[in-house]
Design a protein around this ligand. Structure first.
Ligand SMILES: *[C@@H]1O[C@H](CO)[C@@H](O)[C@H](O)[C@H]1NC(C)=O
Ligand SMILES: *[C@@H]1O[C@H](CO)[C@@H](O)[C@H](O)[C@H]1NC(C)=O
Ligand SMILES: *[C@@H]1O[C@H](CO)[C@@H](O)[C@H](O)[C@H]1NC(C)=O
Ligand SMILES: *[C@@H]1O[C@H](CO)[C@@H](O)[C@H](O)[C@H]1NC(C)=O
Ligand SMILES: *[C@@H]1O[C@H](CO)[C@@H](O)[C@H](O)[C@H]1NC(C)=O
Length: 344
């Protein structure tokens, strides 16, 4: 008997049992700081993990503050302007608007348009799908009513994960209202380009659905996509978060300090099913000025990063990202001088 061979065979098994995924799969709790797997989290454990979704993993792509600040912030903000090209002209001159799709996304409220646009950039070799946030009381009421009435449902074929039906329906109105043709046209014209999907607030929830949808219908491969949202609310259950995390390797949720939206919806109000974010949250516990620190959350969604924050939520922290009043700057066409739009 070759004992050294036996030893080699046994070692990986032991290591496997003593990692986070193996630990939580056996119904136990993994402590990140001590690498101890036990039946309950010990009192001195700061980061306890009991779901495999939350087993620490760094993002597969590096987070680039400068790219988010200069490019994604502009793309997301441009959705606020009826003519997103004004924002591109000021900030990203090679970006060209393709089309804006604006639809009435409520069956009884008056002031409820859901808006998305497509754009393309021959320098960046990217096609953009971006979604506007909610505006006004009617739209907020319409979203909350839809969430309560329809809850989460299974709408995709490649995952049994569930998402808010009302957000899916709103996305489908935009998609069938023109965006489908626009994305297909741009993909035909620029087949090798990446697809960048982004949005803020309601636009972030729509972007989550949009990213899942274009992969679900096999229009894009997830590895050719960049998904970046800001100030999103949770839209889906555990299985959706697991699927979205495993599917999109370039996948960031940027959260500003005490933004109330990322903390607002924790369960599906209809079924009380807990909801989860896909990975990777990036939390700025400051004004998000250039050079400010940020935390890249290795866990997905639980008592980690911004969820640990005990401060009172600040509505302005939802509107200001990268220290710019996102709706106001967008309405103004994203001028270079941001002094009038700064929070601080
Ligand atoms: C596991 O937990 C038990 C009590 O819950 C404790 O007595 C024991 O020391 C823990 N083991 C480790 C390795 O922390
Ligand atoms: C998992 O941990 C969280 C706290 O991080 C706790 O609220 C939850 O009850 C735990 N779930 C289980 C099944 O132990
Ligand atoms: C929509 O507008 C009409 C006419 O202004 C008004 O009568 C109605 O109450 C409004 N509906 C809602 C839901 O605000
Ligand atoms: C949206 O449609 C509903 C139902 O048809 C209608 O009551 C509402 O006025 C419409 N809103 C707009 C902005 O067209
Ligand atoms: C930028 O805007 C601020 C406030 O609107 C204004 O006071 C300032 O003069 C502007 N700076 C430049 C360089 O135009």
């Amino acid at each position: 008997m070759n004992y050294s061979l036996l030893f080699l065979l046994l070692v990986p098994v032991t290591i496997h049992a003593e990692n986070c995924a193996g630990c939580v799969a056996s119904g136990k709790v993994w402590c990140v700081e001590t690498s101890v797997c036990n039946t309950t989290a010990q009192g001195d454990c700061k980061t306890a993990i009991n779901l495999s979704l939350n087993c620490p993993a760094p993002p597969q792509y590096g987070y680039d503050d400068e790219f988010m600040r200069a490019e994604i912030m502009t793309l997301t903000t441009a959705a606020q302007n009826e003519n997103p090209q004004l924002c591109f002209n000021n900030q990203l001159p090679t970006m060209k608007l393709y089309k804006v799709t604006s639809v009435n996304c409520s069956d009884h409220y008056n002031d409820t348009t859901c808006v998305g646009y497509t754009a393309y950039d021959t320098k960046r070799k990217a096609i953009v799908m971006s979604f506007k946030g909610a505006h006004g009381d009617d739209q907020m009421k319409a979203i909350m009513e839809g969430i309560q009435k329809d809850g989460i449902q299974s709408v995709f074929s490649t995952t049994n994960g569930k998402v808010f039906k009302t957000i899916y329906d709103s996305f489908m109105l935009i998609w069938n209202g023109g965006m489908s043709q626009d994305v297909r046209h741009l993909k035909y014209k620029y087949p090798s380009y990446e697809l960048w999907v982004n949005g803020h607030s309601l636009g972030a929830m729509l972007a989550y659905v949009a990213s899942a949808y274009v992969v679900d219908i096999a229009l894009y491969k997830p590895d050719d996509m960049k998904v970046v949202v800001m100030g999103a609310s949770r839209i889906g259950d555990y299985n959706f978060a697991v699927w979205h995390t495993a599917t999109f390797s370039y996948n960031f949720h940027i959260v500003h300090r005490d933004d109330p939206f990322p903390r607002s919806i924790k369960v599906d109000p209809k079924t009380l099913t807990p909801l989860f974010y896909p990975r990777t949250e990036v939390w700025y516990d400051n004004y998000m000025n250039a050079g400010d620190p940020y935390q890249i959350c290795p866990e997905s969604d639980g008592q980690y990063c911004s969820n640990l924050d005990k401060n009172t939520p600040i509505m302005d922290d939802h509107l200001y990202y990268f220290n710019i009043d996102l709706p106001a700057w967008g309405h103004a066409g994203c001028p270079d001088n941001i002094t009038a739009y700064a929070q601080q």
